[in-house]
Design a protein around this ligand. Structure first.
Ligand code: GLA
Length: 664
């Protein structure tokens, strides 16, 4: 698209037709150029089985087109109509405790249900056939937030599908027994009919079974997406297809999903009361860009101010919505959208902010900010299609995440997202951009690869990381990595077996720290810090000690090490360092590896570049409540307001943003 996409979810079916003209008029005023339409319209589009009614949708599609607004048209399959579950109750999902979830909210379907899948495919076919040639159609929006409410279903239909999936993966029942280690606790299966999803059990179900069920569940929802995608692709091969992601959403392996999307899109609902909200949404943006392998992505949903689903829904500060929108663009988005266009009058989301509030509209601060942003984004055409270049990568593997957080571990306090944040935080604070990557990806383009807690690793992933370091790469591996193989069986041969030679060490044992317990860490230069969560007995076999524990059983034992391996370096961090120590460590490693910040800026100011070859655009985002002076080395043009920018100190106001075309 030649322009930054701007708009939101549009639910005209919740409003009388007379509101529609006003909607189009207001959209034009706010600079809206795209709306996501019909996401929850199935019960109107197919009021009874096989009877379709598109008249109202035709009308609004035409009106939008006449108003110059394009449509991200939903397949409308996110919430099946009541008639479907009434006639086919077996299509409803069942929880781990055997409770059936009824219609009356949304997303009440078992992902494996043939009834749901056929109904969804038929509707997608109808939509594609009807709107293939419609000039407003710009993009397809399949379903909505797959797995948001029902990522796992434990019903009998799912059980059958799970068995089929397992046969495909493992082959014979004997192979399954081996893969799941069923000689433990007398879990041997003698035939496939005995195999179940991990329903509620007296104590922990088999971990390999749980892990396979998570893989299966992600794949089943992906199959639902694929069924619709194929229906659309067949009829509209040139219309891009997306489905909206939810940041770091654990149940779905977004690497697999993103490969099947033309455009990656994401929904981000920061909590304005979270002091690290800005860091967290930057991290989500970096993930989305990486999932799309660097291609521009779309911020599909955010709120103008409050959501309605937290216990206390704190409003965004004035300017914060605009700031976080620019942040998404800085991190590679070519679209900024909202949930939703017009605030609902009825239903469960009527207290969720929107672009157009209940009223009065013109004097409302959210409307004013939304309108200002829409008008400003029109000046950002030069940004469209540009890329964000990262010299560092952070490894994230969904299967490892799932396995790491299965119960019965040395410490269940070790959580994947928190560990990722521990590595991301120092880079964000220093304005160093990182991509996310899979362990088995080609990592050779990065100067530095961070690997927080890659608990599960297969041969391919381990070989890829080893080859990367041998070839001159720098890797930092976090504790409790390389523990298990893809079956969730321990890698024998001394922990962490797949990485031990590369790291030049062995772990003799883990000594998790009690809640609230802290130890001191002493760096080789005498600097001191603290650590918590985890300690372990590291036995170097070639690795150099960069920091040691002080106190407790690990007194004077290594905590952080470095090992020269091939032409590269492999660092190991055997604990959770306090934030300052972690920043000191990672920023030193960055400097040694030649990973540089976009800009040296005052604390709280985010600086990121997008570029086309040598032409660059600098985003400056002030997360502070006060004005800051940012030293610039180059002159340029601020695309937000067209003003000239000179080298030297540049002022950015509270929650302010500047988008500076540097020297061209
Ligand atoms: C999600 C959904 C929307 C809406 C918003 C509310 O992102 O996709 O339909 O429910 O949450 O925050």
């Amino acid at each position: 698209m030649p322009h930054i996409l701007y708009g939101g979810d549009y639910n005209p079916d919740q409003w009388p037709e007379r509101v529609w003209d006003e909607d189009v008029h207001l959209m034009q005023e706010a600079g809206v150029n795209l709306v996501s339409l019909a996401i929850f319209s199935w019960s109107r589009l197919e009021p009874s089985e096989g009877k379709y009614d598109f008249a109202w949708l035709d009308g609004i599609m035409d009106k939008l087109h006449a108003g110059g607004i394009s449509v991200d048209l939903a397949t409308a399959t996110a919430s099946p109509p009541p008639w479907m579950s009434h006639q086919h109750p077996e299509m409803l999902p069942v929880t781990i405790d055997g409770v059936r979830l009824w219609h009356g909210a949304r997303q009440h379907y078992c992902p494996s249900s043939p009834v749901y899948r056929q109904g969804a495919r038929r509707l997608a076919e109808q939509m594609a056939a009807r709107y293939a040639e419609h000039p407003a159609l710009a993009m397809w929006h399949v379903g909505n937030e797959f797995g948001c409410h029902v990522p796992y279903c434990y019903c009998d239909v799912s059980a059958e599908a799970f068995r089929n999936w397992l046969q495909e993966r493992h082959g014979s029942i004997e192979d399954l027994n081996r893969a799941w280690g069923t000689d433990f606790w007398s879990q041997r299966y003698s035939n496939w009919d005995e195999v179940l999803p991990p329903r509620r059990t007296p104590t922990w179900p088999n971990p390999s079974q749980q892990l396979d069920f998570m893989r299966f569940s992600s794949d089943e929802l992906l199959a639902c997406y694929e069924i619709e995608r194929e229906a659309l692709r067949e009829r509209t091969p040139d219309v891009p297809i997306t489905t909206n992601f939810m940041r770091f959403f654990k149940p779905l392996d977004y690497w697999k999903w993103a490969e099947r999307e033309d455009v990656v899109s994401d929904d981000v609902y920061q909590d304005p009361s979270d002091p690290e909200a800005g860091m967290r949404s930057a991290m989500a943006g970096d993930l989305m860009r990486s999932l799309g392998r660097g291609r521009p992505w779309v911020l599909m949903e955010q709120t103008t101010s409050r959501v309605n689903w937290r216990d206390v829904n704190v409003a965004k500060a004035p300017g914060q919505m605009r700031l976080w929108s620019y942040q998404a663009v800085a991190r590679g988005a070519d679209g900024v959208m909202f949930f939703q266009w017009r605030q609902s009058r009825a239903g469960a989301e009527k207290f969720h902010s929107a672009m157009v509030p209940h009223g009065p509209v013109m004097s409302s601060p959210v409307w004013k900010e939304a309108k200002q942003l829409g008008q400003e984004l029109r000046g950002l055409d030069a940004v469209c299609g540009s890329r964000v270049r990262a010299d560092a990568a952070i490894v994230l593997d969904w299967e490892s995440w799932w396995a790491l957080e299965l119960p019965s571990k040395p410490s269940i306090r070790v959580r994947q997202e928190a560990q990722l944040e521990d590595y991301y935080r120092p880079l964000f604070g220093a304005n160093i951009v990182a991509d996310f990557a899979r362990p088995q990806d080609d990592l050779s383009g990065y100067r530095l690869v961070l690997v927080p807690n890659l608990y599960l690793v297969g041969d391919e992933g381990a070989a890829s990381l080893t080859t990367y370091v041998k070839g001159g790469g720098n890797v930092v591996i976090g504790f409790f990595s390389g523990m298990v193989d893809p079956f969730e069986h321990i890698h024998l041969g001394g922990y962490p077996a797949p990485f031990a030679d590369m790291l030049g060490l062995r772990i003799a044992d883990w000594l998790p720290l009690a809640d609230g317990e802290q130890l001191e860490v002493v760096f080789a230069d005498g600097g001191k810090g603290r650590c918590d969560l985890w300690s372990e007995l590291i036995e170097p076999s070639g690795a150099e000690v960069l920091a040691s524990f002080a106190g407790s059983r690990v007194d004077r034992r290594p905590a952080v090490t470095r090992h020269k391996f091939g032409s590269g370096s492999a660092y190991y961090v055997g604990t959770r360092l306090d934030q300052q120590s972690m920043a000191r460590l990672l920023l030193t490693i960055c400097a040694e590896a030649g990973v540089e910040p976009a800009l040296e800026a005052p604390a709280g100011v985010e600086a990121v570049r997008r570029s086309f070859g040598h032409r660059s655009i600098l985003f400056l985002l002030n997360h502070r409540h006060s004005t800051v002076d940012v030293p610039l080395s180059q002159a340029g043009t601020n695309l937000v307001d067209g003003s000239q920018v000179h080298a030297g100190l540049f002022k950015v106001g509270p929650h302010g943003a500047a988008v500076i075309r540097e020297g061209w």
